[in-house]
Design a protein around this ligand. Structure first.
Ligand SMILES: Cc1cc2nc3c(=O)[nH]c(=O)nc-3n(C[C@H](O)[C@H](O)[C@H](O)COP(=O)(O)OP(=O)(O)OC[C@H]3O[C@@H](n4cnc5c(N)ncnc54)[C@H](O)[C@@H]3O)c2cc1C
Length: 491
């Protein structure tokens, strides 16, 4: 039986492993940490359950298709609820807009802010719906290894209608003028790790995902998805081994034949690396076998890193919703500090998830579970003093917004930033979300999912196609599995 070694147990690694095991390969996952999920791990402390990374469940169809591929449904593993409001946005002067999940109500809300915007929202969503259909059903499934994959008249027609060459910033202004609406509509683009000016308008598919398909939450937390995927992987025969820090991919005559960890050696017919691409290329391989050199990586636009705080609060905070976006400071200045002049933001934008609003299991009774996130540039100096400065900035703004004291009710506090991303995930510059989805880093222009010199070495995950985020990472794993099946068939 062909032996496949998968490095890393994030969404991409789990998806690739499960698909290949289903097809009859002998698959082993080697994970450096002591639990699965990568950036979507979980930890429990003082009665609280903290999701360490993702908190937004978007594109439920991608998860349905994933589990459906194996004859299962997401409900076989976790219970989903749709959030209403989908989220809350806090603007200048602490004005709060709650985004209803119902489209008609959302249209009415838009109309109350800008006359004519209800109709324009519907028109915008029609176009975005097309982009979602083509983008998520066709383009993200392309391994993007050759231009020929895109050379058909139908596909070229699709590419033009996808508005690949127009920025989201320009596109959205054809529909709306009001600054508040523009902020609401530009927010999902931040998920892609780039600013609207550098993001192709094609990604208005994110607005379609958010508005039409909804914001969901798996009861128990986002890690329930990982638990479901691990359980399915094991059902299919995948062996998952923890505390296996890979040190070297050994290559003999253009083929990876062994993977060496701190404690063991594993033979391989095929290797799939789902750990951070830069780490695999520059640390696990000999220099002559790397796909890209340091100069290449230094010239990439990385998606932001994050400064995170996991807080256990010993009381409820009525003013917060499940998802809260604090856009009460200057958007452009913050983006400038992340993307143009990488430095710690002067007046940070931030996000708070309070899953205990929906889920009583993630906090003790009467308590609130808070996850605070400031998007910040990758590669910044990260130390306790800086973290504490931002903790205080956030607490000042949060207490002011909520109108109650919160600091003195914190019974658990943990921070997480660049240094942790690097040590836990071997993340280049301590990035949180991989590479930004700019026009110059899309599809064929992303780091390739196949090594050019080692015939049986593949890469998957948020640094290769199709890009960052839970659904794209999961899709990345399936795309790479089908490349392996084509090039190294089971018999
Ligand atoms: C703070 C944060 C918030 C986010 N929010 C959202 C959200 O709300 N919604 C959304 O859709 N996405 C979100 N994302 C993005 C999403 O979580 C990621 O895109 C996705 O989880 C990446 O999966 P992956 O498989 O590519 O990589 P990873 O999850 O990083 O998995 C790679 C694995 O490889 C392992 N590894 C690394 N080096 C080695 C080695 N040498 N040996 C063995 N194993 C190794 C790592 O330990 C890790 O387990 C968020 C990410 C972060 C960090």
């Amino acid at each position: 039986m062909k032996k496949v070694i998968v490095i890393g147990s994030g969404f991409s690694g789990l998806a690739a492993a499960t698909d290949l095991a289903e097809k009859g390969y002998d698959v082993t996952i080697l994970e450096k940490n002591d639990s699965a999920g990568g950036r979507a791990r979980v930890f429990k402390e003082s009665g609280f359950t903290f999701d360490m990374g993702p908190s937004w469940y978007w594109m439920p169809d991608v998860f349905e298709n994933y589990f459906g591929k194996f004859g299962r449904k997401p409900e076989d593993y976790y219970k989903l609820v749709r959030l209403n409001p989908s989220y809350s946005v806090i603007l200048e002067g602490n004005e709060t807009i709650k985004l209803p999940s119902n489209l008609e109500e959302l249209g009415n809300l838009f109309e109350s802010i800008e006359t004519g915007s209800r109709e324009n929202l519907y028109k915008f969503l029609d176009q975005a719906g097309y982009k979602y259909e083509v983008g998520i059903k066709k383009f993200v499934w392309k391994p993007s290894r050759s231009i020929t994959e895109f050379l058909s008249l139908k596909l070229l027609y699709d590419v033009i209608r996808l508005d690949v060459f127009q920025s989201f910033h320009t596109h959205i202004r054809k529909f709306f003028r009001n600054e508040k609406i523009l902020k609401l509509m530009e927010f999902p683009i931040l998920f892609l790790g780039a600013i609207p000016q550098n993001t192709p308008a094609m990604y208005s598919l994110m607005n379609y995902a958010e508005i039409k398909l909804g914001t969901w939450y798996p009861m128990g937390g986002m890690h329930e998805i990982v638990k479901g995927m691990v359980s399915l992987a094991k059902e299919k025969g995948v062996k998952i081994t923890f505390n296996q820090n890979v040190r070297k991919i050994e290559v003999l005559k253009d083929k990876a034949h062994r993977v060496i960890t701190d404690t063991d050696t594993f033979d391989a017919d095929v290797v799939i690396a789902s750990a951070d691409y830069h780490h695999v290329d520059s640390v696990l391989l000999d220099k002559t076998l790397q796909n890209y050199d340091q100069k290449y990586w230094d010239s990439r636009v990385m998606a932001p890193s994050s400064l995170l705080f996991y807080l256990g609060i010993n009381k409820r905070i009525p003013k917060l919703e499940h998802h809260n976006l604090f856009f009460d400071e200057d958007f452009t200045l913050h983006a400038h500090e992340i993307y143009t002049e990488p430095e710690w933001p002067e007046k940070p934008l931030f996000y708070i998830s309070a899953p205990s609003k929906t889920d009583p299991e993630v906090a003790p009774e009467g308590c609130e579970n808070l996850f605070l996130l400031i998007p910040v540039a990758p590669g910044l100096e990260d130390n306790d003093e800086i973290r504490e400065t931002y903790y205080n900035i956030l607490m000042d703004r949060l207490e002011k917004y909520c109108g109650i004291s919160i600091r003195d009710s914190v019974i658990f506090k943990r921070s997480y930033a660049h240094k942790d991303f690097s040590s836990d995930y071997n993340a280049f510059k301590g990035n949180a979300y991989g590479l930004a989805n700019t026009l110059r880093q899309t599809a064929l222009l992303k780091p390739s999912l196949k090594n050019k010199k080692v015939k049986n070495l593949y890469y998957t995950g948020q640094l290769t196609v199709p890009g960052p985020g839970v659904p794209p990472s999961l899709i990345s794993g399936l795309v790479v599995a089908s490349e392996v099946e084509k090039e190294f068939p089971i018999s």
